[in-house]
Design a protein around this ligand. Structure first.
Ligand SMILES: O=C(O)CCC(=O)C(=O)O
Ligand SMILES: [Fe+2]
Length: 264
């Protein structure tokens, strides 16, 4: 159960780090699973020349599915309310990880920005301010500040990663004012996907798993936002373990109901 202060931190700044939320034994098991899936996915080729992504991902990992059931579901409910839905997952191994300033989910409409889509990243290697930390602009998920930063998103869309250094503010991307979202294996890095974030000093083989969620939709606009931006493909398997996983079953049931409503 998160504290009121942790929830206020997430609501106000758009991100929250939950330190050592995963037992060492479990995170080591996840790390081994990820390595073997990445290796299989490379078909025996060495990891050397490009970023690697596996998505969907969690449907292949019993350990992460159980973790969602046993603890992450409760954290997500605390952060974005009960009735949330599953919005996909990814596993990454990055090469140099330069990713210019961007928000995953952006909009000019307040109602769209206020509809929370949450990402929880689990970094499987230590990432520090000097080495690979996700950088964030605190509070940039708040509609007013978010819209002020729109030129930053426009530059990202136009220049993309061909020029991750570009900003509209007369400073290079790495010199923007930021908070480094540092992490040790076992931490959960939670952020509102409308928060502006970037990575500038990554390293080869930096691995992370991303779990995505969306709040319970309550308006027609929310359903439209889901149809446009949320990956509802079945990527969480409640039957993955012999032991029943009631938390995961509930998430799958809710997500399926939304999928049916959107595409009957
Ligand atoms: O490379 C990373 O750490 C994360 C990059 C990112 O933009 C994201 O997770 O949305
Ligand atoms: Fe992102």
């Amino acid at each position: 159960m998160l504290t009121t202060d942790q929830k206020a931190h997430f609501d106000t700044f758009g991100f929250l780090s939950i330190k050592q939320a995963i037992f060492t034994k479990t995170i080591m098991q996840i790390s081994e699973e990820v390595d073997s899936m990445l290796e299989k996915n490379r078909d025996g080729r060495p990891f050397a020349t490009e970023d690697q992504v596996i998505s969907p991902f969690v449907g292949q990992s019993t350990t992460i599915t159980k973790l969602v059931n046993d603890s992450i579901a409760e954290i997500v409910a605390d952060l974005i309310g009960p009735g949330f839905i599953w919005a996909g997952s990814e596993c990454h191994a990055t090469l140099n990880s330069t990713h210019g300033w961007h928000a995953d989910r952006t909009s000019e409409a307040d109602e769209e920005l206020a509809y929370i889509r949450l990402k929880i990243n689990m970094y499987l290697d230590p990432i520090t301010a000097e080495n690979g930390a996700l950088r964030v602009l605190p509070g940039s998920h708040q509609p007013e500040f978010h819209r002020i930063l729109e030129p930053l998103e426009t530059i990202h869309l136009e220049a993309g990663n061909s020029d991750p250094m570009a900003t509209p503010y007369g400073v290079l991307g790495p010199d923007m004012p930021f908070v480094a979202f540092e992490s040790m294996p076992g931490d959960l890095i939670c952020f509102n996907q409308s928060l502006f974030h970037s990575v500038f000093n990554g390293f080869a083989g930096r691995r992370y798993v991303a779990l995505k969620f969306a709040a319970k939709p309550t308006t027609e606009t929310h359903y439209k936002v889901i149809a446009d931006t949320v990956d509802l493909s079945p990527d969480l398997d409640p039957e993955i373990d012999r032991v029943p996983l009631p938390g995961v079953q509930e998430i799958c049931k809710r997500t399926e109901a939304i999928r049916v409503r959107i595409a009957p």
